[in-house]
Design a protein around this ligand. Sequence first.
Ligand SMILES: CC(C)(COP(=O)(O)OP(=O)(O)OC[C@H]1O[C@@H](n2cnc3c(N)ncnc32)[C@H](O)[C@@H]1OP(=O)(O)O)[C@@H](O)C(=O)NCCC(=O)NCCS
Length: 282
Amino acid sequence: MAPRRAPPRSSGSSTSPSTAAAATSSPTTAGPGPTSCCAPTPSCPTWWPTSTRSTRTECCTATGTASTCSQPWPLRADHWKPPGRSRRRPATVVRVEPTAPEHPPLPEPPVLHAGGGVLLRRHRPEDADAIFEQCSDTDMQRWTSVPVPYERHHVQGFLDKVDAGWADGSMASCAVELDGRFAGTVDLRLGEARWAEIGFGLHPAARGRGVMTRAARTLLAWGFDELGLVGVHWRAVVGNHASRSVAEKCGFRVEGEVRGLLVARGHRDDGWIGSLLASELR
Ligand SMILES: CC(C)(COP(=O)(O)OP(=O)(O)OC[C@H]1O[C@@H](n2cnc3c(N)ncnc32)[C@H](O)[C@@H]1OP(=O)(O)O)[C@@H](O)C(=O)NCCC(=O)NCCS
C-alpha cells in the first residue's frame, strides 16, 4: 500500500485523544491541530481506533516524534470528542404524534357478479366455518400472515376487522362466493393518494379454477371505477406462483423482488412486488 499523503492541516488547539497516545507527538511542522504521526502499511504492527468514539481502526506503524515523523495527518476532529466535553449542540427534539391516515368514506359494500358462478358480497356470520377451514390450510399459513395455529376466535377478529375497514374507509373487503358457497376473500387495503394494495385467499376447495382471477379483476374494476383509485400494488412472498399468476392475469406488472419485504408472525420474507394502473386492468 502506498504511504498515505499528509492531508491539509487542520486548525484548532485540542490535544490528541488518549487512544492515540503512543503516536501522538505532533510534528512541529504539523500546525496546531490534533495530528498524529502514523502511516498505514501492508505489514501493520499496530491497529488503533481512528477516534475515541469510533470502532473503525486504522493501521499505524509510526511512533514518530517531531523530528522523525514523515506522515503527519490530523486526527478526525469531527469524530473526536474530548473526554468530558461535548462538541455538539444539543439536538432539538421534535415530537411527531403518529396519526392514522384519513380515508374518504366508502360506499356500501357492493354485490358484484364476476361470471362463472363467482360473486362478491359482504361477509356474513355464517361464513365463519368456511373461513376457519380456509385459514387452517397449510398454503394460507405458508403464504399469508394469518395466525398460526389458527383458532376459532381468530375468525371473529377477522370479521370485526372487515367491518371496521368498511366503517373507517381503510379496507374494502369482500367475501368470494362460488356457486352460492363461501369460497374466500379479496380485499383492497386503501392507502393514501388513491392507491391501494390487493390481498386475497381462497378456500382450498375452490382453488385452481380461475376463481380468484375473476374475483380480483372484478374488485379491481370496482375500485378504479367507484373509488377513483389511480393504482394498486400487489405483494407476495417469493415463490407464491399461484398468487403471482392471478396478479399477472389481472394485468399487474411484477416489478421486482425485495429482500425482507413482508412481515408475518414476527419474521420477514423476501417478496415480489407489482403494480397495476387503471388503464392496465385486463
Ligand atoms: C393464490 C390463490 C388465491 C390463487 O387462486 P386460484 O383461484 O386458485 O387461482 P387460479 O385458479 O387462477 O390459479 C392460478 C395459477 O396458479 C396455479 N396454482 C393453483 N394452485 C397452485 C398451487 N398450489 N401451486 C402452484 N400453482 C398453483 C394454477 O394452476 C394457475 O396457474 P395458471 O395461471 O398458469 O393456469 C390460491 O391459490 C390461494 O388461496 N392460495 C393460498 C393463499 C395465498 O397464497 N394468497 C395470496 C397471498 S399473496
